[in-house]
Design a binder for this molecule. Sequence first.
Ligand code: NAD
Ligand code: MG
Ligand code: MG
Ligand code: MG
Ligand code: MG
Length: 349
Amino acid sequence: DSSPSGDEQFTQPVYHESDADRRHVDDKTVAVLGYGSQGHAHAQNLADSDVDVVVGLRETSDSRRAAEADGLRVATPVEAASEADVVSVLVPDTVQPDVFDAIEPELDAGDTLQFAHGFNVHYGQIEPPERVDVTMIAPKSPGHLVRRNYEAGEGTPALLAVYQNATGEARQEALAYADAIGCARAGVVETTFREETETDLFGEQAVLCGGVAELTKAGYETLVDAGYSPEMAYFECLNELKLIVDLMYEGGIGAMWDSVSDTAEYGGLTRGDAVVDESVRENMEEVLEEVQNGAFATEWVAENQAGRPSYKQRRKAEQEHDIEDVGERLRSLFAWADETASEAEREPE
Ligand code: NAD
Ligand code: MG
Ligand code: MG
Ligand code: MG
Ligand code: MG
């Protein structure tokens, strides 16, 4: 592979626009399967970068009208894959194996199967034929930002991974694709399907989605059980979370400590590790082990095949928690925040 060299201040190769050679996608047809969060952004950015794009959607899909209104050519996933050199699989992860089964016969030798998340390939739910390149370009943000940044002349950082390099040009082509959707303007970090998948699952389970939701509910319940009002508990344990996270996002943990009062800083520094103690790290190691040994993936695939019984039950219990009720009433006091909140996406990636 004629590998680009990359930026040397990081442990992983990080590529920029100057490393990308657009000729690797210029004369190709890209099929973007799915027109959701990532799909609409990749398809429109590629088209605006003069790459030939065809969007693959089912005949019955509501997204067809949206893609056509955005000036894109639409076909079925099988038709799109058949004419494409690069097939970007941007349908939901749980439906990707079925879509793959349908399009596999359309993949010619030297074509590329591209993903934005490694779950199905890493856990063997999709077994790509040896004749194709298998790559990943995973923007580190929801699709609406990938599109908005591109239009503003800015970039969204992305991950790049090569799982299978049949042509010897997989990395260069993936980087050219990342450049065409605007990501090389910010930086493209090389990883592997394994690392991307396992860190993504661990992060959302232990820290981002699972960890933060449980920490929030535990703090809320501790205050309410001790006789404090639900409104106060909601403000202290949930509402203020956004201010803290924004500071950490902008300037790291240090920017957060610098911005809060000295009292908050001293209290946090001396009490935080008493709450999230050694036992939490041991629990995290167990969660990571189930990600690494495939137990979580096997469970989730079986859960989907069974019609999601446990998922539905836990989702219902979560919706019925008191914090949701008091939160809904309090948030009506912040009606002006609705517009920004509605832009937030379901899943941090
Ligand atoms: P999404 O749920 O927003 O959109 C899915 C699209 O696929 C919709 O247009 C839907 O109509 C279409 N679709 C559903 N079933 C289909 C089928 N059977 N055949 C054809 N089309 C079908 O999906 P998303 O969040 O953009 O996720 C796509 C991929 O990107 C996933 O692998 C995900 O892990 C990855 N990813 C998502 C984000 C994010 O922020 N949402 C970030 C990085 C990576
Ligand atoms: Mg083809
Ligand atoms: Mg190819
Ligand atoms: Mg995820
Ligand atoms: Mg306070």
